[in-house]
Design a protein around this ligand. Structure first.
Ligand SMILES: *Cc1c(COP(=O)(O)O)cnc(C)c1O
Length: 349
């Protein structure tokens, strides 16, 4: 899963690291089957960078988006008969004749977010026979902390496939496991594919899966000062020196995804030593207490990840920020494309 710019880590760099094929670069032997995205703009960014891998868009698309998905070579997640017919038509319009572009059937087994309900898949039988899917998938809601719910969703998924029976092509790809699903199994994931996201980026389950921290957020020390007992640091004067202290200013703040909630709670590695954040995180800078720690202007500080033998894991920093590791990582690349605002439709009556 490389959605949300690979959870803020950078989708193109992640795809290259994973051995995905690019223009002029063959796939690595252990490259993933494909890439999971949540929006066509994400797929377009990968294609613009020359990415040749299979791309599956797991978020439902509007029917009006299907021609663009087809042009980008994206496999959509479909679950309505009319959309499946429209997808076949979009492929035909591009001159592929009768060759159906691949798509995956999305089955809702209890997440209640997207897909056809597991107990209503029969309504799609005709559409599937006419236009067979390449894959079928579902998504877990609590695989991280409730094995019984995972088992129930597993069973519903199997029921749905049994109900469809010959309406699914032989060898159809099956997938359900997100990172939590993978980590929750004693054995290999049961499907033909799995969809790890957060585990790839070291956010959760890393220890369980034997993965190491790959995300490091670093910035420079750009100023240093001594503050006397009683003097304060940063907005709101929430930190007061209790002893003669040395304060380093580091060029990262909440505009860079270093969350404001880490004010007076976060720790930063300077020369491999953990130093507490002193005072509020500001938009562009933080101050840390480096009293007794060798430190000079120009030194590199580590706000997330490893320095020397110590490591501020994504899980630890997220916990200090009272965020999920997902939100912390995605926040490292908070960027909403700005566009002229189209008029909103009048309210429905
Ligand atoms: C985001 C997502 C995943 C990956 O989830 P993680 O918890 O990050 O492993 C897998 N499948 C779908 C449908 C998703 O939306």
């Amino acid at each position: 899963m490389v959605k949300a710019n690979a959870y803020g880590v950078g989708a193109v760099a992640v795809c290259r690291a994973l051995g995905v094929p690019f223009d002029g670069i063959a796939a690595a032997p252990d490259a993933p089957w494909g890439l999971g995205v949540a929006a066509l703009d994400e797929a377009a960014a990968l294609r613009d960078a020359g990415c040749r891998g299979r791309i599956l868009c797991l978020t439902p698309l509007l029917r009006s988006e299907l021609p663009r998905a087809s042009a980008l070579g994206v496999r959509p997640a479909l679950h309505r008969a009319e959309d499946i017919a429209a997808w076949a038509a979009a492929g035909a319009a591009e001159g592929d004749g009768n060759r159906l572009r691949p798509y995956h059937l999305s089955i809702d087994t209890g997440m209640s977010r997207a897909g056809v309900r597991w107990d209503q898949v029969g309504t799609l039988r005709d559409a599937l026979l006419r236009h067979p899917p390449e894959g079928v998938f579902t998504h877990f809601h609590s695989a991280d902390d409730d094995i019984d719910s995972r088992d129930e969703q597993d069973a519903r998924f199997v029921d749905a496939m049994l109900a469809l029976d010959e309406a699914l092509p032989a060898g159809v790809l099956r997938h359900s496991d997100n990172s939590a699903g993978i980590a929750s199994r004693a054995q290999r994931s049961p499907g033909s594919l799995a969809r790890p996201g957060i585990a790839l980026y070291g956010g959760m389950f890393s220890e369980l899966l034997g993965l190491r921290q790959v995300v490091h957020l670093r910035a420079r020390v750009v100023d240093l000062r001594d503050v006397a007992p009683g003097e304060t640091v940063s907005y709101g004067a929430t930190w007061t020196a209790s002893r003669p202290s040395r304060i380093a200013t580091i060029t990262a703040g909440y505009a860079d995804g270093y969350r404001r909630h880490l004010s007076n709670r976060g720790e930063v590695l300077v020369g491999g030593v953990r130093c507490p954040v002193a005072g509020r995180v500001t938009m562009d800078m933080i101050m840390v207490d480096v009293t007794g720690v060798p430190c000079e202007v120009g030194d590199v500080a580590t706000l997330l990840g490893a320095d020397g033998t110590d490591c501020l894991s994504t899980e630890q920093v997220a916990a200090a920020a009272e965020l999920s590791p997902y939100e912390l990582l995605v926040g490292l690349a908070l960027r909403v494309p700005l566009r002229p605002m189209p008029p909103l439709a009048p309210p429905r009556t």
